[in-house]
Design a protein. Structure first.
Length: 141
């Protein structure tokens, strides 16, 4: 495997993190400008909670991607799982809150805890990735 192949996963996760961060900014601006006068204050607060968690976890995903690219920092398998869990959390937690705020369908709130569990799994997987450290690589002869 070439060095470039080894970092491809990290670059892909960084790409996902960058898009997630950009979406957070865009959705935050949309909420502040387009939804301010449309949503009742309770639903606007739900929307802003989604934006806050969206940005925080986009930043965490960025850190996971960068650390994953540094082969001497994290256990790669745990880092990959952390990144996947964070993306899943973004989709379920933030996505359900965005949808709830815009639609007013409170049943969507039942999905939100699943996203929260995914966020916790991502954080704990990152901790495990750091604790386990990098995999040892066999010495080539």
């Amino acid at each position: 495997m070439s060095v470039d192949d080894g970092n491809r996963g990290a670059r892909n996760w960084l790409l996902v993190a960058a898009v997630a961060g950009a979406l957070s900014v865009l959705l935050g601006a949309f909420g502040a400008h387009a939804l301010q006068s449309v949503l009742e204050p309770r639903l606007l607060a739900v929307y802003h909670t989604a934006v806050d968690y969206h940005m925080a976890h986009a930043l965490l995903l960025t850190l996971v991607a960068i650390a994953h690219g540094q082969k001497h920092m994290l256990h790669a398998g745990c880092a990959r799982f952390a990144a996947r869990a964070l993306v899943f959390g973004l989709l379920l937690f933030c996505g359900s809150l965005y949808a709830l705020a815009i639609s007013g369908i409170s049943a969507l709130g039942m999905i939100t805890p699943l996203g929260g569990i995914a966020f916790v799994a991502g954080w704990l997987s990152l901790a495990l990735a750091a604790w386990r450290g990098p995999e040892s690589t066999p010495v080539e002869s």
